[in-house]
Design a protein around this ligand. Sequence first.
Ligand SMILES: Nc1ncnc2c1ncn2[C@@H]1O[C@H](COP(=O)(O)OP(=O)(O)OP(=O)(O)O)[C@@H](O)[C@H]1O
Ligand SMILES: [Mg+2]
Length: 365
Amino acid sequence: MSVSQEHFVDLIRLGKTYGETRALGELSLSIKRGEFLTLLGPSGSGKSTTLMMLAGFEQPSEGRIERNGVDITHLPADQRDFGVVFQGYALFPHMTVEQNIAYPLKVRKVPAAQITEKVGQMLERVGLQGKGQRGIKQLSGGQQQRVALARALVFEPSLLLLDEPLSALDRRLRQEMQVELARMHKEFGTTFVFVTHDQEEALALSDRIAVFNQGRLEQLGTPQEVYERPASRFVANFLGDMNLLGVQGIRRQDDALVCDYHGRPLTLTQATTHLASHLDPAWLAIRPEHVDLQPFAKAGAGNGVVARMEKLTYLGTHVHLDMRLDDAQSLALRIPVSHPLVNDLQRGQAYWCAWSQQHGHLISQ
Ligand SMILES: Nc1ncnc2c1ncn2[C@@H]1O[C@H](COP(=O)(O)OP(=O)(O)OP(=O)(O)O)[C@@H](O)[C@H]1O
Ligand SMILES: [Mg+2]
C-alpha cells in the first residue's frame, strides 16, 4: 500500500472534558493523506470523542484541528467535506436505497442528471446494482452497511470517518465487510479514520493503528510495530496474549542486549530494543507463537527457559499450552498441531521453551 507521507489533517494537543469526565487529553496525531488509520482501544478510551471532534459534531475543550495547515477547529460539520458512518447516524428508513445515496448530493444542490449518474456508479461500486429501488428494510444488515458507506462516499469526501461500522454484524458478514472496506479504501483513495475495539480487525485493515487507553494515545504505529514492539504493557496485552518476564541487569554485548532472568542470561537483538538501555528492571515480552517447545534435554541451548506443562487447549489450527516457570510465573505457548511433541505432551513434565533473539522485546515496568 502506498501511503504518501504528506500531512493532511493534524490534531494538535486536542482535549475534551464532559462535566467531570476527562474523555481525552493532549492528543497530538497527524493523519496522512490516503491512509487507513484505525483508532483502537477499550470502551471509554476516547475513540468516539476523537471522531466526533474530527467530524465537527463536538467542540474540543482545548487544542486544535488543522486541515492542510488551516485551522478548522470551529468549522461547522457540513463545511468540512468529511464523510461519516456512525452508529446512530442511520439510513433514512422511509427512503429507497437510491434516495439514501442521493441525499448528500441533493443537499449540495448537485444537478439531477449528475446525481443519477453518480448514484448509479456508487451502487455498482458497493455491489448493490439492481437494488436501488428497494426500501432499506428489504436489505440484509451487510447490504445496509454498504448503503451507508455509499452514502458517505458519494460526495467524494476527502476524509471518511467510520465509528465501529461493522460491530452490529455477525462474524461471517463482518469478515466479508472487512474485505469490502479494504477494497473500497484502495479503490477510492479516500483517507479512512476507522474506530474499533477489535484488535484483529485493526491489525487486518490498517496502515497505522493509534492505540487509546483512558483518554490518552498510548502508541501510534503500523500493525506490525504495535503488535511486535508494543510501547507499554497495556498495548502488549490489548493486542493479544503476551508473555512478560521480569528481567534486570540489562547490558550491551556486541550488537545485542543481554538481560538476566533469575540469573539466567537472555539475549535480544538491538533492532527491537533501541530504547531498552534506559530500562532496568524491565519486562521481557515474547508472543506465545514465538516460543518453541523443545525436549528438556535441549535445556540451555540458545535463548530460553525451563517450564512445566500445566494445560493443553486444542484450538483446531494450533495448540495453546499453559506452562509454569520455576518462580510460579506462567508462560503461554501457541504451537502448530503438527509440532512433533504434540502427541505425547505430559502434564507436569519439564520442557525447554526457546525463542530467537529477535523475538524478545523490552517494555518498562
Ligand atoms: N456526551 C457525553 N457526556 C458525558 N460524558 C461523555 C460523553 N461522551 C463520552 N463521554 C465519556 O467520555 C469518555 C470517552 O468516551 P468515548 O465515547 O470517546 O469512548 P469510546 O472509546 O468511543 O468507547 P466505546 O468503545 O465504548 O464506544 C467515557 O468515559 C464516556 O463516558
Ligand atoms: Mg465509541
